[in-house]
Write a protein that binds this ligand. Structure first.
Ligand SMILES: [Zn+2]
Length: 404
C-alpha cells in the first residue's frame, strides 16, 4: 500500500482526533487540553516527544532506519499549528466547541493531519532514510510560537542537518475540498503594525488657531500614507497599508491634546518592508513638524514574508500530481495577503507552505464563510490527503542528498 491508501485506511482515526481537538480550542501559548490529545497519540505510536518550556508546544522526532543514499543522515521538519481563536462558534456542528473559543482557522485539522502523517511514517521506518521532526506548535495566531520553538532548538531536534520543511494550511473557502495550492517565492505577506500618536495642543473647539489640532493632522497623515503606498512602491511588489483604528477627542466643543491611529501593513519583500518602516517614519514626522505638532510612532515587525523555495515547490507540485492526479494541485499566480509564522522556519531552511482547500462540498468556494469566521466549516475529506502528502514529502526529501 502507498501512503494514499494507508492514509485512507486510518481516515476514521484522523477524523476522530480532529473532532476531539475541535471541541477543546485553546488560545495562544497555553494549550493544556490540546497537548493531552497530541501527547496521548504520540505515546501510543511510540514516538518520543519533548515539551517546550516557553509555550505549550511539542517536538517529536521519528528516527528512520533506511540507509541514507546520500551517505549522511539528514532530517526534515513537518509543522502542525494547534491554537484556536477567541471566536464563539456558530457552525451548528454536532461537535462544535461550547467554550467561547473556536478552531476557526482549522488548526485542529493541521494537528490531526500531522498526527496522521506521524502514524504513516512510524509504520514505514525502513523506507525513511533520515529523521522527521514533528513540530506541534502553539501560538501561531499572533503569538509568534514558531520563533519561541526555534529559540528552544526545534530546528536541531534530530541532531542531524535539517534539509527541508513543510506545512499545510486548510481554507474553509476559496479552494474546493482536497485541492492543494502552492506558489514558488513569496506566498504570504509580511505583517507589521504601525501605531501613531499625534501630540498637538488642546483648547476650545471654537478657536483652533490657539491650539494645534491633532485630529486634522492625523487625518492628513492617513491620506498621505495611502499616497505613499501608490507613489513610492512598485505595483509589482505590492504593499497594503490599512488604517484600522482611529481615536481622538471626547466632546464636540473640545479640541483634544492628541489623536491616535493604528494600521496593519503588509508587504512581500524584505526591501519593501524596510522601505515601509523608513518611509512611515519620514512621512509622519515631516507632516507633524509642518503643523507644529510632534508624533510618537511605533513600527513593529510582526511576521516576515513567507517564502517558498523554488525546488521544494517543484517537489510539492510533482508529488501531489503523482499521488492525487494532475488536477489535485494548482499553482497560484498571486500571493495571499495573510501572514504566517512558518515564515520563520522557511527563512532558515528550504521548504514549502502549501494551501489545502477544505470548502464543504455543498458550498461555493467563492461564497463559503472563510477562515476566522464563526461560521467557517472545514470539509474533513481533505484530512487523509493532507496527512499522506506530508508523509510523502518527508520520505521523498530524505531519499535525496544535500541540495547543491
Ligand atoms: Zn491559521
Amino acid at each position: 500500500m502507498n501512503y494514499v491508501e494507508k492514509s485512507d485506511a486510518i481516515a476514521d482515526e484522523i477524523v476522530s482526533l480532529r473532532r476531539r481537538l475541535h471541541q477543546v480550542p485553546e488560545i495562544g501559548l497555553v494549550l493544556p487540553e490540546t497537548l493531552k490529545i497530541v501527547e496521548e497519540k504520540l505515546q501510543a505510536l511510540g514516538i518520543p516527544l519533548e515539551r517546550h518550556k516557553n509555550s505549550d508546544s511539542v517536538t517529536a522526532v521519528i528516527r528512520g532506519t533506511g540507509t541514507p543514499e546520500a551517505g549522511q543522515k539528514q532530517s526534515v521538519l513537518l509543522r502542525g499549528d494547534m491554537d484556536g481563536l477567541p471566536v464563539t462558534e456558530a457552525t451548528g456542528l454536532p461537535f462544535a466547541a461550547q467554550t467561547g473559543s473556536m478552531h476557526a482557522c482549522g488548526h485542529d485539522l493541521h494537528t490531526a493531519m500531522l498526527l496522521g502523517a506521524a502514524e504513516l511514517l512510524v509504520n514505514d521506518l525502513e523506507s525513511l532514510q533520515g529523521d522527521v521532526i514533528l513540530m506541534f506548535q502553539a501560538g501561531e495566531e499572533g503569538f509568534d510560537g514558531a520563533k519561541l520553538m526555534i529559540e528552544e532548538g526545534v530546528l536541531n531536534a534530530a541532531g542531524v542537518p535539517l534539509v527541508g520543511a513543510y506545512a499545510l494550511h486548510v481554507f474553509s473557502g476559496g479552494f474546493p475540498a482536497g485541492q492543494f495550492a502552492v506558489k514558488s517565492g513569496p506566498i504570504m505577506s509580511a505583517s507589521d503594525r504601525l501605531t501613531v500618536t499625534v501630540n498637538g495642543k488642546g483648547g476650545h473647539g471654537s478657536t483652533p488657531h490657539h491650539g494645534v489640532d491633532p485630529i486634522v493632522i492625523a487625518a492628513e497623515m492617513i491620506v498621505a500614507l495611502q499616497t505613499m503606498v501608490t507613489r513610492r512602491f512598485d505595483i509589482f511588489d505590492p504593499v497594503v497599508l490599512t488604517v484600522t483604528q482611529f481615536a481622538g477627542g471626547q466632546a464636540s466643543s473640545v479640541l483634544p491634546e492628541n489623536a491616535t491611529f493604528q494600521a496593519t501593513v503588509r508587504s512581500f519583500s524584505e526591501a519593501s518592508q524596510q522601505q515601509l518602516e523608513v518611509g512611515c517614519q519620514r512621512l509622519l514626522t515631516g507632516i507633524a513638524e509642518a503643523h507644529g505638532a510632534t508624533v510618537d510612532l511605533e513600527y513593529e515587525r510582526l511576521y516576515p514574508v513567507t517564502v517558498n523555495d523554488e525546488r521544494e515547490t517543484e517537489r510539492v507540485l510533482a508529488t501531489a500530481r503523482h499521488m492525487f492526479g494532475e488536477d489535485s494541485i494548482e499553482e497560484l499566480s498571486n500571493s495571499l495577503t495573510a501572514s504566517e509564522d512558518f515564515s520563520r522556519i522557511l527563512a532558515e531552511v528550504p521548504g514549502a507552505f502549501i494551501a489545502l482547500g477544505a470548502t464543504p462540498r455543498s458550498l461555493d468556494p467563492r461564497e463559503a464563510p472563510f477562515n476566522h469566521s464563526a461560521e467557517a466549516v472545514f470539509d474533513e475529506s481533505c484530512l487523509t490527503r493532507g496527512a499522506a502528502l506530508l508523509a510523502e514529502l518527508a520520505r521523498d526529501r530524505l531519499s535525496e542528498g544535500p541540495q547543491q
